[in-house]
Design a protein around this ligand. Structure first.
Ligand code: HEM
Length: 500
């Protein structure tokens, strides 16, 4: 036991891995028994935590990391992670269709949070899941969902409008980040679960708490078997997992029992149609999912589908508050394309065109404040990338947030907010066509990117047409890495009714 569970994985393998990498010139902080670098990373983050930035300063990297430049290795517990910064290597790894690069191992808490759905499944299972789910994300389907997105956004805007008009000056101060979280959860819940959206919101609250636990546990010392001990934290995690599963099961049961001519054309409906095909005794074929897989997919879509879009909206409002001239330009564009009407599939398509300012602003926000700070992969076998031999099972970290500031690729103004860099389209904004990694690239790139952009555009157009906004004096600029990039102290904003 000592040999298999302690000496080999926690002493022998890290020692050999470090030696092999050192021989190739890849260095990094020393491995520490059980802890790896987790404690040091935690200390480094704590030390940088007091660093508050000016709102015009978009280089928040010193708050979350102290690395750049050359590839190096660090230790997540006993597991080596090789951090690379090279765009060509990143392209090779992310675009590989050979199945040579898998998603990296994840901790049990992150797995409970995210579910073993499309983001984490591999190989033929991934192909099967993606085939079932792809039809829910065609542009036509997403355009049809605009109505739901707009209806949800209208409720939020109306509430804010009432708040503002009850004040003489037509102003209200709100924590917009929280509003966006509720709104995007509402939207994904309606679009994925239809009439069971209220249960979806319950699931969202359980998932939110699981996320907090996941963030806290991520940099803890990795003691083997610790997650199975009956601690208070592990108990809470188990209770939340049960609640989340139970709620999702309830949503599924209610859909199964209300079947009319089909299960519906939303995401859940599509997955259930695929599931029933298996249930009816056909062999596991290319278009089938089990109920358990559907539960995992629901978790995946709930997390991947609301948190990221809510952050895109949050950081965009932050930037438009700091650059009021851009806010005014976007308002004019929204009024020109949508007039007094609410956005709909057609006028939003116009805002979607690459040359539109709204698209450029969202892309620039994703470059500077993309929700995912890095991408991770691990090779299935020993592999050479560039001239570096990467042994199998060594995680590869592609730090998109750092790479989005590479001056050689993006030019000297990388730390500045300059949406016009995207005026000729996303592939011509930098020296390489795949420079923007916010949605990743290659076969595992984000399936929900069109959904997210359309949702963000609907919401932003509706806000811009009703309000002007500035940062509240209470806003503190301190972006923080909590699995995704978030404003540490939220986004308090003063909204002013335009026709006040
Ligand atoms: C601004 C919003 C969003 C951002 C920045 C974003 C970012 C990403 C990134 C970086 C990946 C690749 C992860 C990797 O390679 O390891 C990804 C994958 C994924 N995203 Fe998104 N995402 C967003 C919105 C959404 C939405 C709205 C949905 C669903 C409704 C969604 C569902 C997914 C799924 C299912 C995958 C896995 C795809 C696969 O592996 O086949 N995302 N996303």
């Amino acid at each position: 036991w000592l040999w298999d569970y302690i000496i080999v994985p926690h002493i022998w393998r890290p020692y050999i891995a470090a030696k092999r990498l050192r021989e190739q010139g890849i260095r990094g902080p020393p491995y520490k028994f059980l802890k790896g670098c987790n404690e040091d990373v935690k200390k480094m983050k704590d030390a940088a935590d007091d660093l508050v930035l000016d709102v015009h300063d978009h280089n928040y990297l010193p708050r979350i990391t102290n690395v750049d430049g050359e590839p190096f290795v660090y230790w997540f517990g006993a597991k080596p992670r090789i951090c690379i910064f090279n765009y060509e290597w990143a392209r090779q790894i992310l675009s590989s269709k050979s199945g040579h690069f898998l998603k990296n191992d994840t901790t049990p808490t992150v797995l409970a949070l995210l579910g073993k759905g499309l983001v984490l499944v591999e190989g033929i299972d991934w192909e099967r899941h993606r085939r079932v789910i792809n039809p829910a994300f065609t542009m036509d389907k997403i355009k049809m969902m605009t109505k739901t997105m707009v209806a949800c956004a209208q409720n939020m805007v109306k509430e804010l409008e009432d708040q503002a008009s009850s004040n003489k000056n037509g102003e209200t101060q709100v924590e917009l980040d929280k509003q966006f979280q509720e709104l995007t959860a509402d939207i994904i819940s309606h679009t994925a679960f239809g009439s069971s959206y209220k249960l979806g919101i319950e699931a969202f609250h359980a998932q939110k708490e699981l996320q907090e636990i996941a963030v806290k546990s991520l940099l803890n010392v990795q003691i083997p078997g610790f997650s199975y001990l009956p601690t208070k934290g592990n108990w809470r995690k188990l209770t939340l997992e049960k609640k989340l599963r139970g709620t999702l099961m309830q949503i599924i049961q209610s859909r199964l029992s209300s079947k009319g001519s089909g299960y519906g054309s939303d995401l859940l409906g599509l997955m259930l149609e695929a599931c029933i095909a298996t249930d009816q005794g056909r062999e596991q074929h290319q278009l089938s999912l089990s109920i358990d897989e559907i539960i995992h997919e629901c978790k995946t879509f709930f997390f991947a589908g609301h948190e990221t879009t809510s952050l895109l909206l949050t950081w965009t409002v932050f930037l438009l508050s700091v650059y009021p001239e851009w806010q005014a330009r976007l308002r004019l564009e929204a009024l020109r394309e949508c007039g007094k009407e609410n956005p709909n599939g057609d006028n939003l398509s116009k805002l979607k065109e690459a040359r539109k300012l709204m698209s450029m602003v969202f892309l620039e926000t994703l470059r500077l404040y993309g929700p995912a700070l890095f991408l991770q992969r691990k090779p299935l076998t020993d592999i050479t990338v560039g001239e570096t031999k990467i042994p199998k099972d060594h995680a590869i970290i592609i730090p998109s947030a750092i790479m989005h500031r590479d001056k050689e690729i993006w030019g000297d103004d990388t730390d500045e907010f300059n949406p016009l860099r995207f005026q000729n389209g996303v592939t011509r904004a930098a020296k390489v066509p795949h420079a923007l990694l916010a949605f990743s690239i290659g076969p595992r790139s984000c399936i929900g990117q069109n959904f997210a952009m359309l949702e963000a555009k609907s919401v932003m157009a509706m806000i811009l047409k009703k309000f002007s906004f500035t940062l509240s004096p209470n806003y503190v600029h301190a972006p923080v890495d909590l699995l995704t990039l978030q404003p540490k102290f939220g986004l308090p904003v003063v909204l002013r009714l335009l026709d006040a």
